[in-house]
Design a protein around this ligand. Structure first.
Ligand SMILES: [Zn+2]
Length: 337
């Protein structure tokens, strides 16, 4: 097997990957496309973990092994970007969905910028024809959205402030609308907001708006019943507390693992209920169903594309952008035909 390997800060090399393949439980998949995200760019800039990056991936079954899932050679599959540790208390009690040490693609194991992946057959999900390759690369965005929506107990008509309008924030708002809630999407990046508007998100607030005043006016003075703060951007988390109503729910989430610090005094004053959600583990099948049912529009997202050979150049540009504080675009890499 062959793949792009992060070897040092801002260095990536195409290398051989030694990996065992257990035909009794595992399946070998030829990776066709991978999605590179902000998280990968942050790893590349830091030079760690020294793994094969690529946050999400799809492929074609190459060697099915022995499996119970009827995975035949050539089946198009989505490969789970999260794997339960199998060792913690909850894993040992048959509750991998509550694993306290989830293994994350690119962070804890080599992933998708490589020609083949071997994985337990249970980590593979059949993709119906109605789900395009590009749509499938955003399954985790939908899964994480569903996980957040479940935790916040969102009801029809609820006003939900969403801070951060990257592709994840955009998809999250579209799903809120699908479930008949009312998202108010906030970002300082006009391009992000315009993209969300094109996808049907009605209330958007940009850098020139007075967010507290506008949210108060939209909610009739109640402020938001829930606020979702997406940590991938640069907006201060204190805004989440300002825009929340008394005893509201505030969820901190995001796909990048980026860390933003905050003081909780304002949260305590309003008796807010805080949630931290970093995975959509357990929601993959529901997400595939939602895409097949056209619950959200993934064709207008902000995406760049790149070939396998151009991966070092792409990461170089991302690192430059990071150093200048500019936006990183999700990039689809065509790994093989
Ligand atoms: Zn576990």
């Amino acid at each position: 097997m062959q793949g792009w390997h992060i070897t040092a800060p801002e260095r990536i090399e195409d290398r051989n990957i030694e990996e065992s393949f257990d035909v009794t439980t595992e399946t070998k998949v030829m990776v066709t496309k991978a999605l590179v995200t902000l998280n990968d760019a942050l790893h590349f800039a830091k030079g760690e973990p020294q793994n094969v990056p690529g946050s999400y991936g799809i492929g074609l079954v190459s060697e099915p092994g022995q499996n119970l899932f009827d995975l035949k050679q050539g089946t198009r599959v989505y490969i789970s970007p999260m794997v339960a540790c199998g060792k913690c208390f909850n894993c040992n009690n048959n509750e991998p969905g509550k694993c306290s040490d989830l293994r994350i693609a690119g962070e804890n194991f080599n992933v998708f910028l490589r020609n083949f992946v071997t994985t337990e057959s249970s980590n593979l999900y059949y993709l119906p024809e109605s789900v395009s390759d590009n749509d499938a690369l955003f399954i985790e965005h939908i899964s994480l959205s569903l996980s957040v929506i479940d935790k916040l107990d969102i009801q029809k008509g609820d006003h939900i402030v969403v801070i951060g309008a990257n592709n994840f924030g955009n998809i999250f708002c579209q799903l809120l609308i699908y479930y008949q809630a009312v998202p108010i999407l906030i970002d300082t990046d006009e391009e992000n907001l315009q993209c969300a508007k094109n996808c049907g998100v009605y209330y958007t607030l940009g850098k020139d708006d007075n967010w507290v005043k506008e949210v108060s006016s939209i909610t009739g003075g109640r402020m938001a019943k829930s606020v979702v703060y997406i940590s991938d951007g640069d907006i201060s988390p204190k805004n989440a507390f300002q825009l929340a109503g008394y005893n509201a729910h505030v969820a901190f989430t995001g796909l990048s693992g980026k860390n933003n610090s905050f003081s909780y005094t304002a949260a305590a004053r309003k008796q807010l209920i805080l949630h931290f959600v970093n995975t959509g583990y357990g929601y993959i099948s529901s997400s595939i169903n939602l895409i097949a049912n056209r619950a959200c529009n993934l064709t207008k997202l902000q995406i760049e594309e790149c070939s396998y050979a151009d991966v070092p150049e792409m990461f170089g540009k991302m690192a430059e952008k990071l150093s200048r504080g500019e936006k990183i675009y999700d990039t689809i890499v065509k790994v093989s035909q």
